[in-house]
Design a protein around this ligand. Structure first.
Ligand code: SF4
Length: 370
């Protein structure tokens, strides 16, 4: 993809939108986006968003922790790390039947993607066999599958892909420069290697980061630069607001201004126009106005349900009420970029959206039947 030249056009909201996909954003360019007047930034983000997505559709995923606690890694934000005493019990890998039960419940509640997370440095072979069975069983329900199991090598990624896993989540967390302040037990390069193994195996990539960990504004720009340099861009980009869990080294870190968080969502949308930008952990602490601004800034994916790994997540009913207030609807299927679909597929999706809008009393319908 040829690089585009950059000038101050981004600062002019009346300029022609530049929506070509780029992988060569410089840090200075990204910082210039962050520095735009807030209204200009959100306007640009919304323009880009509307070129690639239905602006009122939000993809919904449910996340289940399939193995909780006692992780050997030392991620300073994480209550599951065995390095910190957060009062979190250690659990064994869930039985396949229990996972399938939860996946069915998620599907009935309207989720189209079921994410399964295990607190491992990387999966052991014998655990991987069980996990592969989970993938097959959950897929058989008509749900998309996503897993986050720590680092995976090429062989493990290949096995997951063969089992039909759709997405693999592995976050970059923060900028390369700030990373050493947050994690010491695995390197930034390790993370990039896992993402590369996932991509090479043919799976879709889910990768993002966490804001509000005491990082500098430049670190937020550098994190987004790293994500935007992945070619192709991750299909899903979760942007998390730190949930300060007592017992972790991050419990007393200074709060990030919610407007800075919204700016990061908007910049992510502009840098990665075709990716689903997920409003992820930390949503429970956000009021409705902040969440509404995040959607306006281009966020178009959320987790919902009672759990988000081990941190809280707003209840389904609250999400339904918010969607109702904002006129949002769940994305019926997980689309590739609209321009990658045939006309027939686009017509079907448009029809599904039209039907969905008429269903006032069944906001979160069974996506798999759409
Ligand atoms: S974030 Fe993941 S790898 Fe890090 S401590 Fe928590 S569970 Fe382990």
């Amino acid at each position: 993809m040829p690089a585009q030249s950059h000038d101050n056009a981004w600062a002019d909201p009346s300029a022609t939108p530049r929506t070509a996909i780029r992988y060569d954003w410089s840090l200075e360019e990204i910082e210039a986006l962050f520095a735009l007047p807030f209204n200009d930034l959100l306007f640009r983000a919304q323009q880009v968003h509307r070129e690639y997505f239905d602006p009122n559709a939000v993809q919904i995923s449910t996340l289940l922790s399939i193995k909780t606690g006692a992780c050997p890694e030392d991620c300073k934000y994480c209550p599951q790390s065995g390095h910190y005493n957060t009062g979190l019990g250690k659990e064994k890998l869930l039985e396949v039947e229990k996972v399938v039960e939860q996946a069915k419940a998620a599907k009935d509640a309207g989720a189209s993607r079921f994410c399964m997370g295990a607190a491992w440095r990387s999966p052991r072979e014998r655990d991987l066999d069980v996990v592969l069975e989970m993938v097959g069983r959950v897929k058989a329900l008509g749900l998309e599958t996503c897993m986050t199991l720590g680092m995976v090598d090429a062989h493990q990624a290949g096995r997951l892909a063969e089992a039909g896993l759709d997405y693999y989540n592995h976050n970059l967390d923060t900028s390369p420069e700030y990373y050493g302040e947050i994690i010491t037990t695995r390197s930034y390069a390790d993370r990039l290697d896992t993402l590369s193994n996932v991509r090479d195996a043919g799976m879709k990539v889910c990768s993002g980061g966490i804001l509000g960990m005491g990082e500098a504004p430049r670190d937020r720009a550098a994190l987004l630069q790293q994500l935007a340099r992945l070619e192709p861009h991750p299909e899903s980009v979760p942007i998390n607001m730190l949930v300060k869990v007592p017992g972790t080294p991050m419990e007393n870190v200074e709060d990030l201004d919610p407007l800075e968080f919204i700016r990061a969502i908007a910049v992510a949308r502009i840098l990665m126009p075709k990716s689903h930008v997920r409003l992820s952990a930390g949503r429970e602490q956000m009021d409705e106005s902040t969440q509404a601004m995040a959607f306006l800034a281009g966020a178009n994916s959320i987790f919902y349900g009672d759990t988000l790994l081990t941190t809280g997540n707003p209840q389904v009913e609250r999400d339904r009420a918010l969607f109702d207030k904002l006129g949002l609807h769940p994305e019926p299927i997980d689309p590739d970029a609209p321009d990658a679909r045939s006309d027939d597929e686009q017509d079907e999706i448009a029809l599904a959206h039209a039907i969905q809008r008429q269903r006032d009393d069944a906001l979160f319908y069974d996506a798999a039947r759409a």
